[in-house]
Design a protein around this ligand. Structure first.
Ligand SMILES: *Cc1c(COP(=O)(O)O)cnc(C)c1O
Length: 378
């Protein structure tokens, strides 16, 4: 069976783990955490980095930082992972879901313009497959209304919008280093703070709600409870592993790009028989996180996944829309109609992509897709 994903090891992880163990202070916020922060700052210009145990945790930090009050609304796409929503739902925000674009899973500006209101406190954008949302328009709209923008950049390490790294544009941004993402520490994440007004509280919230940083710097006599917070940062073991991966990001991306480009070229025939390939706008770069196809119907999508599985290939669909999820239904809220979010949920299939996927396996996947799609025309 060809898996959908297989974690890639650079070979350097073990050496860094040994180093972390020999340093001996493993509880986090140590040497390797600092090295990860420095590397992320020099490579992407992330001014203020906070490694977290996951992107979910980074979004939970963001939800605490924006200081939601009763009645505040948080606008977010429906076609995304639950962790885009849960941190804000848990803080009592009213969630307002956006539809996707027609051509891409990313949020639709038209939908955003319709849903923005005086109560909107936050817009969470999610860059699907590392393809940037329309950030100039979104930031202009948000700044005009005094709204905070949070980038769910879980897919987006190494991706750009008009040559600016994703994660540097919103006021806050969250990345994931889960094993399914381009760069992985098994579990892991990152909060990037771009707006200086959040930095002081971010330091406290990150460290369990205490001013331990001030204490360590000799700026306070003792450290104590100051604000909301949790234990958000990973151990040095995770940070050591992550550093090895970050150092090989370009290699990982190049390897993934070969696979992505192979699919894109070999499946060029699909649009002529009712299928769609991913589109990339000239404001977007491609970090080759996901290769997806859009099938003419849900039945064909499900049948393609079944067929590929029988051929020994694991292909997968993606998100079920959040706006009509069991949880939202259980809240007795009005369920909006978001046809494009439903469309991507029903029609999208992702093909295997990981470093080490061999050429003969790639050819086998492409052959199986062509055989299925060609025999199912009409
Ligand atoms: C993977 C993912 C997350 C969650 O990341 P974790 O690190 O697993 O918490 C959040 N949002 C999106 C869009 C994701 O794909």
């Amino acid at each position: 069976m060809i898996p959908f994903n297989k974690p890639f090891l650079t070979g350097q992880e073990g050496r860094y783990l040994e180093e972390a163990i020999s340093i001996g202070r493993l509880a986090g916020n140590g040497e390797f955490t600092k090295k990860c922060h420095e590397r992320l700052a020099t490579e992407f210009g992330f001014k203020n980095c906070f490694l977290t145990t996951s992107a979910t945790a980074a979004l939970e930090m963001a939800a605490l930082l924006v200081d939601l009050k009763p009645g505040d609304e948080v606008i977010l796409p429906s076609f995304t992972f639950v962790s885009t929503a849960t941190p804000f739902a848990s803080r009592g925000a009213k969630l307002v879901f956006l539809d996707s674009q027609i051509d891409q899973p990313n949020l639709s500006l038209e939908s955003l313009n319709q849903k923005i209101s005086k109560k909107t406190k936050v817009i969470v954008v999610m860059h699907y497959a590392g393809m940037a949302c329309e950030m100039d328009e979104i930031m202009e709209l948000a700044n005009r209304h005094g709204i905070i923008v949070i980038e769910d950049a879980a897919h987006s390490i190494g991706a750009n919008y008009k040559n600016r790294p994703l994660g540097t544009i919103g006021h806050l941004a969250a990345f994931s280093f889960h094993e399914t993402k381009n760069i992985s520490s098994g579990q892991g994440g990152l909060l990037v703070v771009n707006d200086d007004r959040f930095i002081e509280r971010a330091e406290i919230i990150w460290d369990r709600g205490t001013n331990r940083k001030q204490f360590n710097l000799g700026l306070a006599d003792y450290y104590s409870w100051q604000d909301h917070g949790s234990n958000f940062y990973p151990s040095e073991i995770i940070a050591a592993f992550l550093l090895a991966q970050l150092e090989k990001r370009k290699f990982i991306e190049t390897e993934r790009s070969k696979i992505w480009n192979f699919y894109h070229g070999a499946l060029k025939i699909l649009p002529s028989i009712g299928y769609r390939q991913p589109t990339i706008m000239n404001t977007q770069s491609n970090n080759h996180h996901i290769y997806y196809l859009l099938c003419p119907t849900k039945e064909k999508r499900d049948a393609l996944i079944d067929y590929l599985e029988k051929q020994g290939v694991l292909a997968v669909f993606h998100y079920t829309p959040l706006h009509s999820s069991d949880f939202m239904r259980s809240q007795n809220k009005l369920i909006p109609t978001l046809p494009n979010a439903d469309y991507f949920s029903d029609h999208l299939v992702r093909l295997p992509i990981f470093v080490g996927l061999e050429e003969k396996d790639l050819q086998k996947i492409v052959d199986a897709v062509i055989t299925f799609t060609a025999s199912n025309v009409g």
